[in-house]
Design a protein. Structure first.
Length: 175
């Protein structure tokens, strides 16, 4: 069973897949995640039971929220199930949805905006905190920061690459 449950609407599966890949890459495969889609649930599986089992065992639920998904029943159902199951529910906003756009009850949760490095970095540190694991190295996001950090230029580029890939892929989804 996975540590992280990624909740999304199927029209935005590409964004959720990019986020799942990012988490895997940035944590060097130390964190398991689950998405309810093909490849994760197989033909013949009782898909609803599998979703509930994964929700039950996850420690963190990342709710992928965009203008298209924020009002959809299923994504709110999963967020509520996670919340009432005492999971850490992290609203992860993209496609132009901002924290000020959230309504209750989601607005009472600390959210992250995934379209900038600060938000992505905050997601990483929050995942590490909630899973009680050491956070991965944080890259310098501007070339002027490299000399101030603990990574050399080449190492910084390697650590920064997943952040760039996620930010750029989410920017491409914006209307």
């Amino acid at each position: 069973m996975a540590d992280i449950f990624v909740s999304f609407i199927h029209e935005e599966e590409d964004a959720a897949s990019e986020l799942e890949r990012f988490v895997r890459d940035v944590f060097d495969n130390r964190v398991d995640s689950f998405m309810s889609s093909e490849g994760w649930i197989h033909a013949g599986d009782e898909w609803m039971r599998r979703v509930f089992d994964e929700l039950d065992h996850a420690k963190v639920l990342i709710s992928m929220l965009s203008p298209a998904s924020v009002g959809r029943p299923w994504i709110n159902f999963e967020a509520g199930a996670g919340w009432f199951g005492r999971k850490k529910v992290i609203p992860a906003l993209f496609c132009g949805l901002s924290i000020s756009d959230l309504k209750q009850p989601l607005s009472s949760l600390q959210a992250v905006e995934l379209e900038n490095y600060a938000g992505i970095s905050y997601l990483v540190s929050s995942i590490a905190f909630h899973l009680k694991i050491d956070p991965p190295n944080k890259p310098a996001f501007a070339s002027t920061e490299v000399s101030l950090g603990n990574l050399n230029q080449n190492e910084n580029e390697r650590v920064l690459a997943p952040y760039k890939r996620l930010r750029n892929s989410l920017k491409e989804l914006r209307p």
